[in-house]
Ligand binder design. Structure first.
Ligand SMILES: [Zn+2]
Length: 149
């Protein structure tokens, strides 16, 4: 039996979990599914522009692993775009990083129990946020009662 893969550290959840082509029916193929940890790999490498060894450290994986994840993510995104497929970001083997140092705030949606994080200093407060998953305004901050400080 294969050893279960190690959990990858994810600092931010993607703001949206589902994309589909505008104005056209979905392609006949199944949706392309990108995992949250693959998305984090390309966020660190393509958006934060970290080099692969630095990005690997942030996610707690080896450099070859993050290289593989980023390649796979690029391949999936490119094929979704070229085939006109919907793209869904979900699942994967990851754990959300909770570290006070970088000032991430944790939110929970009371409607659908979706959880996500936002960095401090974005000017957004719990009461004017809507849930990225279901768009309800029933969002609570849940980093005040974790008792870890
Ligand atoms: Zn929700």
């Amino acid at each position: 039996m294969a050893r279960p893969p190690k959990e990858r550290m994810v600092e931010k959840l993607p703001p949206m979990s589902h994309y589909k082509p505008a104005g056209t029916p979905l392609c006949g193929l199944e949706e392309v599914v990108l995992t949250v940890d693959e998305m984090e790999a390309i966020r660190l490498i393509d958006i934060e522009q970290l080099d692969q060894s630095e990005a690997a450290k942030r996610m707690g994986v080896s450099t070859p692993t993050i290289n593989r994840m980023a390649n796979l993510a690029h391949q999936k995104i490119a094929s979704a775009l070229w085939q006109g497929c919907a793209l869904r970001i979900e699942g994967g083997n990851f754990r959300l990083a909770r570290h006070g140092k970088s000032g991430l705030r944790n939110f929970t949606c009371k409607t659908c129990n979706h959880r996500w994080t936002l960095p401090h200093g974005t000017g957004q407060r719990g009461h004017d946020l809507s849930c990225p998953a279901c768009e309800a305004f029933t969002v609570s901050r849940d980093d005040e009662d974790n008792g870890k400080n």
